[in-house]
Write a protein that binds this ligand. Sequence first.
Ligand code: KG4
Ligand code: ZN
Length: 334
Amino acid sequence: MKDVYILAIESSCDETSMAIVKNGKEVISLSIATQIKTHENYGGVVPEIASRMHTEAITLVLEDTLKKANMKIEEVDAIAVTYAPGLTGSLIVGIEAAKTLSLIYNKPLIAVNHLIGHIYANNIEDNMEFPLLALIVSGGHTELLIMESDYKFKKLGETLDDAIGEAYDKVARVIGLKYPGGPNVEKYALEGKHSYNLPKPVMDDTYNFSYSGLKSAIINLVHNAEQKGEEINKYDLARSFQDVAIDELVRKVEKAFLETGIKRLVVAGGVSANKYLKEEMDKLCQKYDAKLMIPRLLYCTDNAAMIGAAAYPLYLKQEFIDYKINASSHVDIC
Ligand code: KG4
Ligand code: ZN
């Protein structure tokens, strides 16, 4: 069969990224322009600034991607773009670039869900075999799904309030660590002890998650200490939070191993970059003799290679879209 080259575009949050991916697996080139340094000054992503910066970066990122691949747009078979979920103004920049390239170069257009992209990041350097359990842990989502085959999902549970990444970011802010909070909380947690008694996220027996109670408990704890003029041990608090937050993921995945009998787990989304999460999932998977897949760091956080990987099965099914496609801030996988 002829090789398929997809030019993929990702601009859903604060990274402008493009990649050329061959047959959904081989990353020919990848370019990422991150806005972290700018948003760091505000303690979080400012949507208006994010879309403006995507506009400034996108042609440079395209040029860089083509140059690294030593390819011309004429040589690719399709253009893929993240259309949802994410920040609307940011998504629009990528979508408009994709539509324009598709129109000018007469290439089919493929719309990719960002979260499905995170899942397919696991297919770049390994092979996903079905059925599998997919745990999505990002800044906006916490979901546990059964993936029966390419693009066939069944949701087991999701967060009822805050996503785990969001909780990491808020905890970071309240203890005075920079955005993005996840990696910084992880660094502090490494040096701390579990000395704070925090509430467990959810006591019920469903697959749903809840992180707002844990987050609020930490905010209250810090504010109370401030009022009393007491010192908070930031390292211990980061560690106590991380233990509780990740242990809840482990508990839900264990329940799914037992109840579904599925012995494959893929972890997807920015929080999958967390080493403690990886170690705990590793232990759990060893206990149940299950296969664990977590992408390498570069493919854990937002990048266009994962969009190219996720676009490939759609290309094979010729699931192309027309120019009516628009950005959606919230779209469910299933
Ligand atoms: O998937 P992602 O890059 O963007 C979204 O699609 O949301 O995820 C970003 C989230 C942020 O909340 C960030 O703090 C978190 O992933 N994150 C981490 C780590 N690296 C990124 N959380 C915990 N530990 C990390 N090492
Ligand atoms: Zn993401």
